[in-house]
Ligand binder design. Structure first.
Ligand code: ATP
Ligand code: MG
Length: 243
């Protein structure tokens, strides 16, 4: 459902962030995209949803090539939950933030309401419907940002660091939320325990290239492989250090 071929990308200042990436992702896969700071995870996401312009190589979502002309249709198929919910939420009411995308699609107000109500119900957050997004906790904002993407009924969702800056309970809540979503998911994360929990496949990016691609067990339990990319075993697999 997503096919990336010979993708290279350099930022306008000349910094090469993506190097010769080739990937095929099937419908319904739950993929962890991991790698050290600066490995290229967010850069790859920006190319997939067309924030950065592809100059070399191609990305296809269900046979539709990502490019300027297809951007509107690509954004219907691909949703992205940003690392910082404040980049995604800007209305004064949760309802209006979730309704923003569907309203942009010129749906009737009745259809918009159905989309919003469904997203709120699916994530179990109907009680937040009339709250002000900027007054919510970090964990609540994160789930509202997910709802605003869900309301667009995307075929694939890209999550950029969905568990960063959350306390353990909010993190668990977000993990359970992600696990309950059955569409294709690509999750850029440093949280390898979450990856072990809810992903089937792991792709390691290293200096902008795919360094390893395989099942969760093959990749995340291979300490040697992980250390080559400045990563460590998931915490639950590490020996406790007692002083
Ligand atoms: N706007 C930009 N202009 C120039 N270089 C950039 C820009 N944004 C990112 N980069 C560079 O591209 C490389 C990849 O960055 P990217 O943000 O994709 O990494 P990441 O894997 O998401 O890292 P993190 O885990 O820290 O979020 C880095 O070397 C970074 O410095
Ligand atoms: Mg990033």
């Amino acid at each position: 459902m997503l096919e990336i071929e010979k993708l290279n990308y350099a930022y306008p200042d000349g910094h090469q962030a993506i190097r010769d990436i080739n990937l095929k992702i099937e419908e319904g896969e739950s993929i962890a995209l991991v790698g050290a700071n600066g490995a290229g995870k967010s850069s790859l996401f920006k190319l997939i949803i067309g924030i950065s312009e592809i100059k070399e190589g191609s990305i296809k979502v269900e046979e539709l090539s990502v490019g300027k002309k297809t951007l509107k249709d690509i954004r219907r198929k691909v949703g992205m939950v940003f690392q910082n919910p404040d980049d995604q939420l800007f209305m004064t009411k949760v309802y209006d933030d979730i309704a923003f995308g569907p309203r942009n699609e010129l749906l009737t107000e009745e259809e918009v309401e159905t989309r919003v109500v469904n997203a709120l119900e699916q994530l179990g957050i109907t009680h937040l419907r009339d709250r002000m997004p900027h007054r919510l906790s970090g964990g609540e904002k994160r789930v509202i940002a997910i709802a605003s993407v869900l309301a667009m009924n995307p075929r694939v969702i890209l999550f950029d660091e969905p568990t960063s800056f959350l306390d353990p309970q909010a993190r668990r809540n977000v993990i359970n939320t992600l696990d309950s979503l059955k569409m294709t998911k690509i999750i850029a994360t440093h949280d390898l325990d979450m990856a072990l929990d809810i992903c089937d496949r792991v792709i390691i990016l290293h200096h902008g290239s795919v360094f390893a691609d395989g099942t969760v067990k093959d990749i995340l339990l291979d300490e040697n492989l992980l250390s080559q990319c400045h990563l460590e075993l998931p915490l639950c697999m590490q020996k406790p250090r007692v002083r």
